[in-house]
Design a protein around this ligand. Sequence first.
Ligand code: SF4
Ligand code: FE
Length: 504
Amino acid sequence: MILNYLHILNFWEEFIMPLMTGDEYVRSLQKIKMKIFLFGEEIDNPVGNPILQPAVNSVKATYDLAQNPEYADLMTATSNLTGEKINRFTHIHQSSDDLVKKVKMQRLLGQKTAACFQRCVGMDSFNSVYSTTYEVDKKYGTHYHDNFVKFATYVQQNDLTVDGAMTDTKGDRSLSPSKQADPDLFLHVVERRPDGIVVRGAKAHQTGILNSHEVIVMPTIAMGPDDKDYAVSFAVPLDTEGLMMIVGRQSCDTRKTEGCQLDLGNSTYGGMEALTVFDNVFVPNDRIFLNGETEFAGMLVERFAGYHRQSYGGCKVGVGDVLIGATALASEYNGVEKASHIKDKLIEMIHLNETLYCCGIACSAEGQPTESGNYLIDLMLANVCKQNITRMPYEIARLAEDIAGGLMVTMPSEQDLRSEKIGPYVEKYLQGATGTSTENRMRILRLIENITLGTAAVGYRTESMHGAGSPQAQRIMISRQGNLAAKKELAKVIAKVDESKDRK
Ligand code: SF4
Ligand code: FE
């Protein structure tokens, strides 16, 4: 009996290594001395800060769920680098099935957190840097792929969270990086030393960077020969000298400091972004993944953007599931759930949400191996996925607001509900359909507010527009991948067009 018990213990130990628990993740984060600025004040760690803790909790969920045998198939994978069981967020995709599971995992996390869980940018940069470095080395005999594999192995074995930093601040959009009035508006190499490089610049709206152990930096656009110093990719830990983060504001963020739980709508989970400054940061040689090979900057950008456009076909759909559920509850609390137009609007929300999921799954199922062996999504379908994301969550949010009613933005606070003096009035006049608790009704309306207008709206609404590239960026890719010439040939054959009859 004891032997059997020990056997089971060993089995689980084997199963969970090298996976961290959520609590271990939080403790590991606390050990990193970061330079964070929030409302003009300097703090050195996000853990325990009321504004930042919900974002920590969302990343923690990526660890907690990986410990749950029910989700092991989605949340974990077998590393091609070490052969060990690892968290899928650190995985190098080995098949189109891996790509599909990635999207399903993101939908699951979206459903569990109703927020941005932030860890995907690292996974997406992992897979794009892995394949691009392989092709750079093949052309130039460099050792970037070896550097990256060493780094990725370290990340997988320690189950780290990695931020993927791509978006430069860009200054004058009509000018290339090297032509900007201020050379730092795109991150660039300012010094080359025998043991490494020194870089300066900033990366804007960095999702989850405060909750990461490491950051991978990548260029933000395709570059020409003059932009050599800007074609740079590398990884550094978060406590690196010269690295600082200025936290972005979110709508309704200070509600988190008011001690009210109900008014947050989602009091446990959230996301965060920060303007991240690299003020003369030293990068050692073995952490460099690209250094001046300008013609590969475009490949890296295209692949990272493609993976992240796929990602949205999972995460936004999961958050959409929560929003649809909350909207259906709001209709019941209002006593209108049987009205045909309400039913139809809910069907429309589901239809739009599942359309997005179709795109996420399709670009994954059509994935193909790169030269390095890892799998890349179908870039056309991934761009179509993201283009739809720039539209459909807005319509889903519009329908949610339609059904929720104006009370979502006019109802009194939790303090009013709890007040001895006026609480009974709030309780009495905000009651909904027979038997519904006023508090529950307020909770659901606040959740809808949170996702459509509050702190989570960064991740659900505006990020749907601009995250992983603004709509025009996808249209450029769609036009590039669309092969209009082949389509014209198809039409000519069917219509029996004889071009010899054309007047020249
Ligand atoms: Fe992941 Fe979505 Fe957040 Fe991007 S927006 S990091 S894909 S949860
Ligand atoms: Fe994003």
